[in-house]
Design a protein around this ligand. Structure first.
Ligand code: ZN
Length: 300
């Protein structure tokens, strides 16, 4: 095609202009990408080296926002003044107090048993031991960031507390966030973790309309950070693969007046999940995920 005919009609001229614009765009993109590369590569370098890049005067327009990987984690911000309540599910001593934990308590919407023993792995590792271990690890991480951390029980009670009291401990602490730590007892072969969010319910002392929204935000952050820290998949047996499940039948959520979620860290009855749950190194990663999710929520 000769140049003469190249501009012979407006349609082709339009096409040419588009072509020129595309070439300019590609050149610009290549230049842009090269500059952006510096920022991307800085993701793995100490944060102190970042200002050198951003303070460099450039004739080009402002650079695009850094990629998520280059964004400082929100854990850089201290949690001073924030109150976190961790609720280690069940109690290792519950098994010795069957009648006490079986009594009914008022959860607003209905009656529920005070507490349960929880589940255990095939090898006998109790959920109540797991929840205490993970919660203690998360406490260490959150306190290191300046948060005030309270427990509903620290293996220091004969049983329980009952689910209504667990909720009230978070309420009276005016907690900014509460996470109840559990591991599930689903059939073997079902795997993964999920976060339980409070449904908006009303009845008796239960009224979760105000906390359902912020609890979802907390739950979504805990889900994301838990997934990143542990590499675990969302449960394949509940929540349609979202890792989230909304429930209106849990006293610990129904009676809460502060943002609160449960996390079921895995399925203790599944042999593959159990291999992780019994591993202290995996539990440290689980605690890191939970602490980071809480931190993200508090710094949002
Ligand atoms: Zn449980």
């Amino acid at each position: 095609m000769s140049n003469g005919s190249f501009f012979s009609d407006s349609g082709r001229r339009g096409g040419t202009l588009a072509l020129v614009a595309a070439i300019v765009g590609i050149l610009g993109w290549l230049l842009w990408d090269n500059l952006g590369q510096r920022d991307d590569n800085s993701g793995g370098t100490p944060a102190s080296s970042l200002p050198t890049v951003s303070s460099t005067s450039s004739p080009l327009p402002a650079q695009p926002p850094p990629s998520p990987s280059a964004t400082p984690k929100s854990d850089d911000k201290p949690l001073t003044g924030k109150v976190v309540v961790l609720d280690p599910g069940h109690n290792p001593n519950n098994r010795d107090h069957p009648s006490e934990i079986a009594r009914s308590v008022d959860i607003g919407t209905n009656e529920k048993e005070c507490d349960t023993t929880g589940t255990a792995t095939e090898s006998g590792y109790a959920e109540a031991s797991f929840t205490l271990d993970v919660a203690r690890r998360a406490r260490t991480l959150l306190e290191a960031r300046g948060a005030t951390v309270k427990f509903t029980q620290d293996g220091d009670r004969p049983y329980g507390p009952c689910v209504d009291e667990r909720a009230r401990i978070g309420n009276s602490a005016h907690a900014d966030a509460v996470v109840s730590v559990h591991a599930d007892g689903a059939p073997a072969g079902e795997r993964g973790f999920h976060v339980i969010l409070p449904k908006s319910v009303r009845g008796g002392d239960a009224d979760t309309a105000k906390i359902a929204g912020p609890s979802r935000l907390l739950g979504e952050r805990v889900r994301s950070e838990f997934m990143e820290a542990t590499g675990s998949e969302p449960a394949d047996y509940i929540g349609d693969g979202s890792g989230l499940n909304v429930r209106g039948d849990l006293g610990g959520l129904n009676l809460s007046t502060v943002p609160k979620v449960f996390i079921e860290c895995g399925n203790m009855r599944d042999s593959k999940d159990a291999t992780e749950l019994i591993d202290p190194k995996w539990r440290e990663r689980a605690a890191r995920g939970i602490a980071q999710g809480i931190t993200d929520f508090l710094n949002r």
